[in-house]
Design a binder for this molecule. Sequence first.
Ligand code: GLC
Length: 717
Amino acid sequence: MSERIADLVSRMTAAEKLGQLQIIFRPNHDDAAALVRRGIGSMFWPPSATATNALQREAVENTRLGIPLLIGLDVIHGQRTIAPVPLAQAASFDPAMVEELAALAAREARSGGVNWTFSPMVDVSRDPRWGRVVEGFGEDVLLNAALGAAMVRGYQGDDLAAATSIAATAKHFVAYGQPEGGRDYNTVDVSDHRLRNVHLEPFRAVVAAGAASVMASFNTVAGVPVHADRRLLTGILKDEWGFDGVVVGDADGVANLVPHRVATDLDDAVALAYGAGIDIEMGGTPESIGWGAERLDSARLDDAVRRVLSLKERLGLFETPYVDPDAEITEPSSESRALVRAAAARSAVLLRNDGTLPLGAPRRMLLTGPYATSTDHLGAWTQYFGARSVSIADELAAQHPEIVVTVLPGVGFVEDDADDIGGVIAAVPGHDVVVVCVGEPSSFSGEAASRSDLRLPGRQAELIRAVAAAGVPVVVVMANGRPLVVADWIDQAPAVLEVWHGGTEAPAAIVDLLFGVAEPAGRLPMSFPRAVGQIPIHYDHENTGRPATTRGSLRLTTTDVAVEGPANVAEKFTSKYLDLDLGPQFPFGHGSGYATFAYGEPRLSASVIGVDGSVELTVEVTNTSTRTGDEVVQVFLEDLVASVAPPVRRLVAFARRTLAPGETSTFSFAIGPAQLGFRLTDGTLAVEPGNVVLHVGPTLAATRPVPLRVTPPPLPH
Ligand code: GLC
């Protein structure tokens, strides 16, 4: 702790200390100025150099100690230039790109006086009914950890005091991504084994990457609301991991302890929360925060104040509380547009392709579906952005004036009388290709936006089926913020491009992808279920004692299904549904590209290692096409026997690389305790002796195995 902070803490009154431990979100300007003069030490505020400077001036010049403000905002995937939503960025399997996008967002936000973002979200989420899957990096632990750490590096850079850095917040600690029923804010009850090996792991990685703050989650874990859970906030996060940053409550998360029915009133909630390890309470209004400092333990109060003041000091706010209005970035630049356009293309996933993509040189195109003309590509979490996107139709006209494009949306996002599928079908003849642009509007995902039915909204599926039967090549472009159930049309659509909500330049990226100017190479960060009834569904599931192995499930028919004979009995008593095929529609890691690649046999530098040993895994990949393209190599671990039921597969490494036509590149991965081990419930990393298999390939369905034996440690002499 610096002398400045020690001196300040020694001079602060209890009320001034408590003021440093609160942030009010969305006050109006007059309230904000009055609250700052009253001692509130942090504020939500939009990026505006003039307005944030004015607010900082209130703190620096009109309070007794002149402590500058933390100015926080949800800069989730861009500020003025909007990047693809985080779930889309996850599909890129490209940490370097994620870091670059976060650095862009930090430059733009800090230039407007925002110095603290509530991002990255690293909630492992396996339930696409939950609308917030859009904000995170999907179902896999490693992908959340790697991309969350990349985002922290991008936001914070090497020096938080730099004019291009903002403090990152890892959220929502913890296990928020597994709410019962997929309903936001709902109960979470997970075992310590799953807590340690799934939900805590990405936070451990992001804290290790230096995240300046961590946000507590709204949910309970095993009956305890996280905002009041000392075991998690202090025991694990601060004591076990040594986190010395700031733990901020979620919006009204402290006040919510009353409806959680673990606190009698707001003062009780405040005492519980700070006692558990909350350092800054986030309240919606001056009335919804606790003002009673006298009930708080003074040592805990001082610890929280020191953490907050240290963050302000690391941000350089005591020396430079103001930003330069002449340097403020208020609009996307050509460079930032180019960056997010490339990112949107790298985040797209080619789900199916019968060769229709990339399009050749159609003379006449019929563009249909609600996303033909919608400009809603920015996603669920954008505030105070610089420019809305255009539409796919606009972009086609701008990029390809040579093509005669008939634009007929045909249906909207919700079913209504204006639907005109008949009119679209009548227009098909004479066109070389039909591009059906479907999806979910941004408002259908995000916070408090859970859905119980994951099919395309409205009559979009009906439109796809009708167009697919019209006898002209069809391409489906899907823009959505979560995995969807596509079983009601996917078999009729031989070319499907998942483009998510791709941000400011999404339509340009989509047109680039359609014509092969950009290459799709993304992989699904979340499984696409066949039906909502399968949820939760994720690739790293346990094998169970009775795994179903054959494709066929027994189908309910109009007559009773008689199950006879030993084969059927063996098949019958296994873990499956009577009325649904096995496995997801598309698994985690699914995706392909226009270029094609061939794999050599994966090799290990040793086939036997000790429990603390490491080995190098290499595999040669060749671009066997005439197109330059990216390949994503995935490495999955299969632990054959362990002391606890292991997942059937677990992603332990991945890499994305561009290969020229005919080029062969050697991918190399270090495999050691971090890849082979799993967490015990006390947090220890355990590597157990035994046989494992490493599966290497472009997707789960196309891996090649290489065995590895892990030997026990030598017996003590
Ligand atoms: C919201 C979200 C959280 C966000 C905060 C501030 O309720 O849960 O992710 O950072 O409030 O907007």
